[in-house]
Design a protein around this ligand. Structure first.
Ligand SMILES: [Ca+2]
Ligand SMILES: [Ca+2]
Length: 300
């Protein structure tokens, strides 16, 4: 069911938190900026349109020309279909990693929230010169003999969101061969590795190509058992065969769940007005009768 909104009609919701807002018509998102009027946010409709939902997010880009944006849109669409709520919703996308920007260190070789492992004299290092976010990045130095070096973090079901699509994104630079990224889930004592398109029981990883400049990488994976796994293991290391005396850097790593929807807490007071002088007030909740009334009365 859709709201049919006339040009210059307004949607008013209580609150002063602007975040980022979109009209969602079932297929695409249109950014809309509210004005703050006292204790309310007012959204003015620029032209006649039909929308399923007013959506508030804590992220500011919803680019459906990109694969992840499409997945996110599909995920939001599916969630709204399931709830049958025609209403204001909030979509959150929080970083599920702790210190993905590598800012907190116990000492220059020991990240507070990440584990470190290495062979020979390869090392994990705080780098304040090469960064993309905050004061530091993490630099993996490979010793003369090319020994391994890696950092990792475990996430547990309590740290994760519900089942669905997840995105691991980060910035990296890599000298001599690639950066190796491992996404492993442990379930019932068995390890499963994400190979870039599916989970498999044999060891697998994703190699991000050698690059001399900071490069953004996104890895999308599915988790259909987020509540049942023992842990999720995220690891960055050197590709096997990397030459000695070289380095790799990582910064601003994020693990995000696509399209987590919270129902906007003020929806019971949502108001829609046909024009600026004739304010119709509807106590909209998730009950279909109210939605039907809103739709029928029409605002259009
Ligand atoms: Ca950083
Ligand atoms: Ca550590």
């Amino acid at each position: 069911m859709k709201w049919r909104l006339n040009e210059d009609s307004k949607i008013i919701v209580p609150g002063s938190v602007t975040d980022n807002w979109y009209f969602f018509n079932g297929h695409s998102f249109e950014a809309i900026t509210p004005t703050v009027n006292g204790g309310n946010l007012e959204f003015t409709v620029s032209k006649n349109k039909a929308v399923i939902s007013l959506i508030r997010t804590n992220f500011d880009v919803l680019d459906i020309s990109q694969r992840y944006g499409k997945i996110k849109a599909e995920s939001i669409k599916e969630s709204l279909k399931e709830t049958s709520c025609i209403n204001a919703h909030r979509v959150i996308e929080d970083n599920l990693l702790t210190d993905g920007s590598f800012e907190e260190w116990d000492d220059p070789n020991d990240l507070t929230h990440w584990s470190e492992g290495h062979g020979g004299s390869s090392s994990v290092n705080q780098d304040s010169i090469n960064t993309v976010d905050g004061d530091y990045s993490v630099r993996l130095d490979i010793d003369t003999d090319g020994n391994y070096v890696q950092i990792w973090q475990y996430r547990y079901p309590a740290d994760l969101e519900s089942d669905g699509y997840y995105k691991l994104s980060f910035w990296y630079k890599s000298e001599s061969k690639g950066l190796q990224v491992t996404i492993r889930k442990l379930k019932d004592g068995t390890s499963y590795y994400w190979d870039g398109s599916k989970w498999k029981t044999g060891e697998a990883s994703i190699i991000c190509s050698e690059t001399a400049i900071w490069t953004h990488k996104e890895i999308i994976f599915t988790l259909e058992d987020a509540g049942d796994i023992t842990l999720l293991h995220i690891q960055f290391g050197r590709e096997s065969g990397t030459a000695g005396n070289t380095s790799k850097w990582v910064d601003n790593a994020k693990l995000e769940k696509s399209g987590v929807i919270e129902h906007y807490d003020a929806r019971g007071d949502l108001k829609v007005t046909a024009n600026s002088t004739d304010i119709k007030i509807y106590a909209v909740d998730s009950q279909s009768s109210n939605q039907a009334e809103l739709d029928k009365v029409g605002i259009g």
